[in-house]
Design a protein around this ligand. Structure first.
Ligand code: SAM
Length: 275
């Protein structure tokens, strides 16, 4: 599984070049594309078309090649094979047949965008492509709406505006979107903007809608804890002065009838304020 560049050809790894040069057969998503890559690096390889429409039949042929003791390198059009790209079916079949599968890591558009976005949140969810149709897209977004992780999407230029409008409508305008456009290429752009302002930002310059996109959306914020009434607050403060925190919270909840979680959060705040 050989990762190839997502734009800048110099992002190919030395190991990827070795593997491509030595493979008995190179299975390529687009043979013309891969042959351009090979000729750039003066590699002559035997190419075999392997794409989403022939993945199943092609897998049978490639398994026969592998079982005869030959090696096959798989390269997709750009980035890491199997990531929003064909490859998983072949890999599964090869592994089931006891044939070793070796990852040769390299470029990946999602990770490339994340690395340059400056997002401090520690978790992200890689979603890849959303559906093309608006209704299906909005339905899938509804399911993602409450997740507290940075959401990572791939999108093409034809759908970028519709997709961003749906993102804003379903997830809300207050989140931040980071566009990773044309990464590693001449017109590379990494730009963050409030999601509600993103359609206008895209519209302000038609060039902003061109090229390939990774979209990073900040995760859902946790719902604010329920407020505690003034009376509940006074009761809690008085109890905290005499009792350990847990006990004070329990009694305040029992006597005042307020939510334990909210009292607990407030108790921690009061403790830190008053030492
Ligand atoms: N396997 C690839 C990877 O590892 O990133 C992804 C392949 S997927 C078919 C192609 C999508 O990846 C594009 O539509 C775009 O969303 C994203 N992509 C690929 N190259 C990119 C680039 N240079 N800049 C931004 N996004 C890119």
């Amino acid at each position: 599984m050989v990762a190839t560049p997502i734009g800048n050809l110099r992002d190919i790894s030395l190991r990827a070049l070795d593997v491509l040069a030595r493979a008995d057969l190179i299975a390529a998503e687009d043979t013309r594309n891969t042959s351009r890559l090979l000729s750039h690096f003066a590699i002559s390889g035997k190419l075999f078309a392997f794409h989403e429409h022939n993945e199943r039949q092609a897998t049978q042929r490639l398994l026969a090649v592998l079982e005869s003791g030959k090696s096959v390198a798989l390269a997709s059009d750009a980035g890491t094979p199997g990531i929003s790209d064909p490859g998983a079916f072949l890999v599964g079949a090869a592994r089931a047949a006891g044939i070793p599968v070796v990852p040769v890591p390299g470029a990946n558009a999602a990770v490339c965008a994340l690395s340059a976005a400056g997002i401090e949140a520690p978790h992200f969810l890689f979603y890849g492509f959303l559906p093309n149709k608006g209704s299906a897209r909005r339905r899938e977004l509804e399911a993602l709406k409450g997740l507290p992780y940075t959401l990572v999407f791939y999108e093409s230029p034809h759908r970028i505006m519709d997709c961003v409008c749906d993102l804003s409508e379903v997830l809300g305008g207050e989140r931040t979107i980071t566009f990773g456009r044309e990464l590693t290429k001449v017109f590379e752009t990494v730009h963050s903007v409030r999601l509600g302002d993103a359609p206008a930002w895209l519209e302000a310059d038609p060039n902003r809608q061109r090229g390939e996109f990774v979209l990073l959306i900040s995760g859902a914020q946790p719902a604010p804890s329920e407020p505690v009434s003034e009376q509940g607050r006074r009761l809690l403060s008085a109890l905290l002065a005499e009792l350990p925190l847990k006990q004070a919270v329990r009694i305040a909840a029992e006597v005042g009838g307020e939510k334990k979680n909210a009292l607990y959060t407030l108790a921690l705040k009061l403790k830190s304020e008053h030492g």
